[in-house]
Each structure stands twice: as C-alpha cells, then as structure tokens.
Design a protein around this ligand. Structure first.
Ligand code: SF4
Length: 294
C-alpha cells in the first residue's frame, strides 16, 4: 500500500496517503454485497453467487456498465473484519460462492479477511476481474481463491488503448490467465454441477468488433488446451457511460455479430456458456449503494 504495484498500471503511489489510477485508498470500499443470479449457471446455481462489488477499477473501460462504482467511486468503507463478516453474511444467505467483482486493487485486504475466517468460510471464492492482472498479485492469493472468472476483452492493442487506455491488455491478460490456470487447475464440479475450482474466461462481444473477437478466441485456442478452461461468450453490451463518445460503440451487439463469435468458439472445440440475447439491457445493471445497507 505504501508503493502500490498491484496491477499492471504500477502507479507506485502511497495509498495510505493518496490514490492511483484505480482511485482507491488503502481502505476497502464496496458498493453492493448480495446474492446475484446472473453469473454462469454453474456458478450461481439456484441460490446465486454471493457477489461483492468493490469500488474503483484498474482498467476503467469507457463502456463499463458498473461505471457508478468503477469510475464514479460510489460505495462505502469496510474494515477487514467487516469485509470478513460480509463474506459470512452471504454464506448464511445461501450463496454458492463468494464472488469478488473487481478485487485487484484490494487483494492484500481480501487475503487478510479470508485469513480471519479460515474454515468458517466453506464455499469457494471466485476472483472475477477484468483480466488485466499482474502474475505476482495473483500469486499473493495462494490457495484462498478456487475459481477465476477473468474477462478477455480485446486482442488488438489499438482497440484496448482506445477503450481502456491499456495498449498492453492482451499479452498481459493471457499471461494472467495462464497463472490462473496454474493456480486453480482444470474445472471441477460437485454432484449438483456447481463449479468448485477452475477458470472461466469471459468475452463480451462488442458491436462492430466481431473480427477482433474471432482473432481473440483463436489466440486463446492456440495458448490453452480445450480442457484447461471454460469459455463464456457474453452478449449483454449496452451503450452506457462514455460508449457514446465512440461511434462504433453507440449501439447494441447484433445477433449476427454475437452468433459469428459463438460459432467460432464452438468450431474451436471450447466448452462453455452462451448468453441469452435478452440480457442486453440496463435492467440487468444492479443497484449500488453509498452506505452499508445489510
Ligand atoms: S492497484 Fe491502483 S494504485 Fe495500485 S498500481 Fe493498480 S491502479 Fe495503481
């Protein structure tokens, strides 16, 4: 926290005194903790994931549907003890797992909270991130995290620079995903079909960018054996936040664009998930809070 290099931005700021690109100090901030029904079926099951949305983000995409918390800093502070109690609260509510959304910039605090709980927390922890990660930070997690749910957003560096100010996105994310597979191993499930360990790579198909999506999944197929991870192709893109400043992002993804990527993933032999087209709506964006409400 005195010289933060947790993510590839490597700001080097002292977060006990100030903030870097992620706009977060050393104090944990979250904006929502609740059961969430919209993750992949093998994660949510019947009860849902116990999702904790962290404030701030180290990537900050211009079309972020959670921009209120990723860029707008909505949220409330929690102590390490309160964060641990939040995990227990979600477990008591029946969550299938603890789903940490945008956790990168709070990895040390999350490790401390999980260590306070030890075996009291009996459900798997899911690390749900942008994919823009440092291998060293992932290694800090040790065996505390069983499931990784990284995005893999873009192949082309000019696209990742334009929408997320990260020209190094693809090579950085691929290295991170390799480390996630090293940590979590091949996907495993319990007798109900609920995921217990492994990696699911998510890709959101953007409007007017299906060729980049197809290149990206081909590169993924070149890097990983098909049984090492699952792939989830998402169609929920809705123009929000600064998407309207980019002509190509000012509409939803078409069925043709989405299907062309899904067909490529199937042809490559990946196992995984495809999303219903009716999920492309702002109605699916959860409510976020400025004060602790649970
Ligand atoms: S976690 Fe935040 S402060 Fe640390 S390097 Fe990344 S953006 Fe900078």
């Amino acid at each position: 926290m005195k010289h933060c290099t947790l993510c590839p931005r490597k700001c080097g700021v002292d977060r006990t005194l100030g903030k870097g690109f992620c706009a977060q100090s050393d104090r944990v901030r979250i904006a929502r903790a609740d059961l969430h029904m919209w993750e992949e079926p093998c994660l949510g099951g019947e009860n849902g994931s116990g999702t904790v949305f962290f404030s701030g983000c180290s990537l900050k995409c211009c079309y972020c549907q959670n921009y209120e918390i990723s860029a707008g800093n909505k949220g409330f502070e929690l102590s390490i003890r309160e964060l641990a109690d939040t995990f227990l609260y979600l477990q008591k509510k029946g969550a299938q797992n603890i789903d940490l959304v945008s956790p990168t910039h709070f990895v040390p605090q999350i490790c401390d909270a999980l260590d306070l709980l030890g075996s009291e927390l009996s459900i798997p922890v899911v690390y749900n991130s942008s994919g823009y990660e440092c291998v060293q930070t992932l290694r800090m997690l040790g065996d505390r995290v069983k499931i990784f749910l990284p995005d893999l957003k873009y192949f082309d560096s000019s696209i990742s620079q334009e929408y997320s100010a990260a020209a190094d996105y693809f090579p950085t994310a691929i290295k991170a995903i390799r480390e996630m597979v090293n940590i979590a191993g091949k996907p495993t499930f319990d007798q109900r079909g609920i995921m217990q360990s492994g990696v699911i790579v998510r890709h959101l198909v953007l409007p007017n960018h299906r060729h980049d999506s197809i290149r990206l999944v081909r590169e993924l197929a070149g890097e990983f054996d098909k049984d090492e991870l699952l792939v989830s192709i998402m169609s929920q893109f809705t123009p929000v936040y600064k998407a309207f400043e980019h002509k190509k992002l000012s509409r939803r993804t078409s069925t043709f664009e989405y299907k062309s990527v899904v067909d490529e993933v199937a042809a490559l032999g990946f196992d995984g998930f495809f999303q219903k087209r009716d999920s492309a709506s702002e109605d699916f964006i959860p409510e976020f809070f400025d004060t602790k409400y649970y």
